[in-house]
Design a protein around this ligand. Structure first.
Ligand SMILES: Nc1nc2c(c(=O)[nH]1)N[C@H]1C(S)=C(S)[C@@H](COP(=O)(O)O)O[C@H]1N2
Ligand SMILES: [Mo]
Length: 220
């Protein structure tokens, strides 16, 4: 009976039911059946194309810093050693690029965005995040999308450091949105109370970019 349960038990039960729906702890594999795994308008590729603005920053792990600022209780400024001393997660996820290629089963290792949120503690009125990169690129996310369960600040792909071309030493991975939301060469994370469209978002791309809804371009 429900009235025999303590509030915390029933909250835990709800959380576990949500995890079951999301396929949580299934080694990061999508809960979707295989025939529904490719979003509309996408095709599968085995290789991993490089896409960016054509500037390839050369930041060593020694020189790299992460600056987390804005609407947070605890601003962070970490070097790579401090960053990699945080709790580590390994997630497997699919890439969906708006240019229509998808790549399955990428293994990422790094700091989950949820663990980052535990460290920087967004203020109650923080609702958006802007990721800023060493090549001048930026991209915006709602706090909810940033905090998605398999999103992370990744330093490794398939067990090896992420190559410079693909955004090393550290890039963001937000696998449930088109790949332009996954900033390479991460430099700063700004927490905001208001939204601020990024590089592609002000150039006609959708503000959210959900591949399952084919949110490729903005409606205006
Ligand atoms: N810093 C930065 N991050 C970026 C980009 C960029 O130009 N600069 N391009 C985005 C786009 S459009 C895509 S599709 C992916 C490509 O990542 P990849 O080159 O590792 O495939 O990075 C995203 N992140
Ligand atoms: Mo892209």
């Amino acid at each position: 009976m429900d009235d025999n349960k303590t509030p915390s038990e029933s909250k835990l039960t709800q959380t576990k039911q949500r995890w079951a729906r999301e396929g949580r702890f299934l080694t990061g594999r999508p809960a979707r059946p295989d025939e529904q795994r490719l979003p509309p308008g996408q095709h599968l590729t085995q290789d991993w194309p490089v896409l960016d603005l054509g500037i390839t920053p050369n930041i060593s792990r020694e020189r790299w810093r992460l600056d987390v600022y804005g609407a947070v209780e605890t601003p962070l400024f970490w070097d790579f050693a401090q960053f990699s001393a945080q709790p580590q997660s390994t997630f497997i996820s699919d890439i969906h690029c708006v240019t229509t290629w998808s790549r399955y089963d990428n293994q990422w290792e790094g700091l989950s965005t949820r663990a980052l949120l535990d460290a920087c503690r967004p203020k109650p009125d923080a609702r958006f995040v802007v990721l800023q990169s060493h090549d001048g690129y930026d991209t915006n996310l709602s706090l909810e999308d940033f905090a998605s369960e398999d999103a992370l600040l990744a330093h490794s792909w398939q067990g090896a450091p992420i190559e410079r071309d693909h955004g090393g030493p550290v890039r963001v991975i937000v696998p449930h949105l088109y790949f332009w939301k996954s900033a390479k060469w991460l430099q700063r994370i700004e927490f905001r109370t208001d939204d601020k469209p990024g590089y592609w978002e002000v150039r006609g791309y959708h503000n959210r970019g959900d591949p399952w809804e084919e949110q490729r371009y903005s409606e205006d």
